[in-house]
Every structure is written in structure tokens, then in C-alpha cells.
Design a binder for this molecule. Structure first.
Ligand SMILES: O=C(O)C(=O)C[C@@H](O)[C@H](O)[C@H](O)COP(=O)(O)O
Length: 363
């Protein structure tokens, strides 16, 4: 199995890449994780495709395999679902030696990780991401948590998995909208860290939509490498890691205000256009680069404008961003394709001009 190592200060763990679930037992054996109760956490949609596949593989080596299934969707990423998980763990006598599997997309990974981080003050968990977004982004780096009172990821922790196991074949059942949503984070990685990668993704649209295995594998591994290098340097987002939040300041505000009507990656796409526009206004990038970014996002069927919200409500929601300090919104901008800069001194007028841009017609 191919693997990439993530080395944050608290632990070090691999991301394994496979074409099925069979090799997960090897990995579990290697990490000394046999002989215990295990619990798969997944949503109804993913369960219908992969719940039993993973269960059957695990049953070859474990006597007690439980499955907790919840309703799919970001609107269920809250503390009530976590409470239901705790109750399920207690009912089934999960103990400190037990092991949690997060089987699914970002919502599942974030919640299962948070439940694992807090149940009995922490039990081990494995990320088994089945969406492109989870494979390239949310399963790596240990950000776990839930939304709270309409605030995105407001309650959470940094809690690293024992390993990440990517079964690339799960992308075959992923709806196109979800694929595009994941590509938004892939484009983000190119924009903030690697111009060659950005160009590669820019020219791979048809192959990505055709689910070309070699191309997707290359993309997932490169994104994981890039993300791993950042979280390995700054696990708790004390500085550098903030660049991974490119597009998220506006994106999270839009996602929350729309009550999760748009997917996470779709909101990040709009947010990245807003941040690219600010980069242009600060003379960091040219108008041509801004248009190039918009074109790539559009080619992957991602939205680049938002009309249905008021500017003021977007601005107020952005003030709740986790990067706000002393009422100043810190933005991640681009100084070129492949290079990000963190900027904390943007004034309200300029920020609002980027929201107006997002409400303007596409030229
Ligand atoms: O891993 C990170 O760090 C990121 O910021 C990656 C983001 O793409 C991801 O959506 C993350 O969950 C957002 O975190 P938040 O701290 O802004 O809620």
C-alpha cells in the first residue's frame, strides 16, 4: 500500500491508499489494534454503499463490531448527534481500549473524531474517508468538532487519528456535486501551495469527471502531501496552518447563512473568489489571475457568485470566524498562484467591496 506520513507534534501517523477495504486489517495489525471492541460511525447514505463491506472485513478479525448510523448532512453535525453516539458507546460497553472508525465524508469524520476525542477523555479512531473532500482535506490534520448555534465548527478539538485509510474506489459512487465540492479544496491546495499542481488540476477537468483512476490517485496523494506538510509544521493552527483556511472566512459565513443549502466546497469556491478579489485589490495578483481562478472553478461546476444574501449579514457572520482577533478579520490572500499570505489589516470597506464583487455579474 502507498502511504504518506503526517508528523504533527503530538503524534505521527500514516495515510494509507488502497483500492478496497481488504488491507485495513494489515494496517490494524501493524498498529497493534486487534483484540478490542470496534464501532463504525457512518451516515445512512454511506452505510448503504460501504457499511457492510467494512463490517464484513472487520468481522474477520474482531468479535464485537458495532455500527452507529445517523442521518446524512451538515445540518446533523451538532451536539445532539454526539450525545446519541455517547449513549450508543455506553450501551455497547465501549471502553478506553475500543476503536472508532469514521466511515464517510467530512461531517462523519469531524463528528466521529470529536466523539472519540471526548468519550472517556479519548479513545483511538481511524479515518476512513469516502468522499473526495474528506480524502484530500478533512480526514487529515486532526480538526474534529461540530457546528453550534449556526456557527460552523465552533466546538471541537485537535485530535489526530491513529491512521487514515483511503479506499479510492469509493469515489465511484460519489455524486458529481460532491466530487466538485472536493475539487474546491484541491484547487485551494494548488492556489496556496503549488502552482504546478494548480495547472495540472486546471487541465484535468475531463479526466476528473470521467473518474480516471490514475488522475484521481495522483490528485488525492498530492493534496494529502501538501496538507500533511502544513499540519506537520503547525498542528494547532498557531500561524502557518491558517493558510489552509483560504476561502473559508467568506465560505463558512455563506455556508452557515444558507443553512447548508450549498455544499462546503461550493461555499469555499465562492469564498476563494472573494479572497482572490481582495488579493487583486491589494495589488498582489493581476485581474487575469483572478479570472483564471474563476474559470477553473467554473470548469468544475463550482459556483463563483452569491446573490441570495445581504452584504451586511455576510460581513457580520464573518466576524465570528475563528481567525478574528480584536475584532479584526484575518484573511488568507494570494501573492501569486501557489503562494498564500496572511493579512490582518484589511478595512471594513475593502472587505465589503469583495462581498459586492461576489454579488456582481460574472464578466
Ligand atoms: O485543516 C485545516 O486547518 C483547514 O482549515 C482545512 C479546511 O479546509 C477545513 O474545512 C477545516 O475544517 C476548517 O476548519 P475551521 O477551523 O476553519 O473550522
Amino acid at each position: 500500500m502507498n502511504k504518506i506520513l503526517v508528523t504533527p507534534s503530538s503524534s505521527s501517523y500514516p495515510i494509507y491508499f488502497s483500492q478496497n477495504f481488504d488491507h485495513i486489517l494489515e494496517a490494524l495489525h501493524h498498529h497493534n489494534l486487534l483484540h478490542r471492541k470496534v464501532c463504525i460511525i457512518t451516515d445512512h447514505t454511506v452505510d448503504s454503499y460501504y457499511g457492510n463491506q467494512l463490517m464484513d472485513v472487520l468481522k474477520r478479525s474482531y468479535d464485537d463490531v458495532f455500527k452507529f448510523i445517523f442521518e446524512a448532512g451538515e445540518e446533523n453535525k451538532h451536539l445532539n448527534t454526539i450525545q446519541d453516539m455517547y449513549k450508543f458507546f455506553i450501551e455497547n460497553h465501549l471502553d478506553r481500549n475500543s476503536l472508532i472508525f469514521a466511515l464517510g465524508g467530512g461531517v462523519t469524520g469531524d463528528m466521529a473524531g470529536f466523539a472519540a476525542a471526548t468519550y472517556m477523555r479519548g479513545i483511538p479512531f481511524i479515518q476512513v474517508p469516502t468522499t473526495l473532500l474528506a480524502q484530500v482535506d478533512s480526514s487529515v490534520g486532526g480538526k474534529v468538532g461540530v457546528d453550534f448555534l449556526q456557527h460552523k465548527n465552533m466546538i471541537g478539538a485537535f485530535y489526530q487519528p491513529t491512521f487514515v485509510y483511503v479506499n479510492l474506489s469509493t469515489l465511484k459512487t460519489l455524486p458529481q456535486k460532491q466530487l466538485s465540492s472536493g475539487i474546491a479544496e484541491v484547487i485551494k491546495h494548488g492556489l496556496i501551495l503549488d502552482d504546478n499542481y494548480f495547472s495540472f488540476v486546471e487541465s484535468s477537468t475531463d479526466l476528473v469527471f470521467d473518474l480516471d483512476e490514475a488522475i484521481l490517485e495522483k490528485i488525492i496523494q498530492r493534496s494529502c502531501e501538501l496538507k500533511a506538510s502544513i499540519v506537520s509544521q503547525d498542528e494547532k493552527e498557531l500561524g502557518l496552518r491558517e493558510i489552509l483556511n483560504f476561502g473559508h472566512t467568506l465560505g463558512h459565513a455563506i455556508e452557515t447563512l444558507l443553512n447548508f443549502e450549498l455544499l462546503h466546497g461550493e461555499c469555499v469556491s465562492i469564498g476563494m473568489v472573494g479572497a482572490a478579489y481582495l488579493s487583486y485589490k491589494k495589488n498582489l495578483i493581476s485581474w487575469e489571475i483572478l479570472k483564471r481562478i474563476e474559470k477553473v472553478l467554473q470548469s468544475y461546476h463550482l459556483p463563483i457568485r452569491i446573490n441570495q444574501l445581504e452584504s451586511e449579514e455576510i460581513y457580520q457572520q464573518m466576524l465570528l470566524d475563528k481567525k478574528v482577533k480584536n475584532n479584526k478579520i484575518k484573511f488568507v490572500l494570494l501573492s501569486s498562484i501557489g503562494n498564500a499570505v496572511r493579512v490582518g489589516d484589511l478595512n471594513e470597506e475593502l472587505i465589503k467591496s469583495s462581498i459586492s464583487y461576489l454579488k456582481s455579474d460574472v464578466q
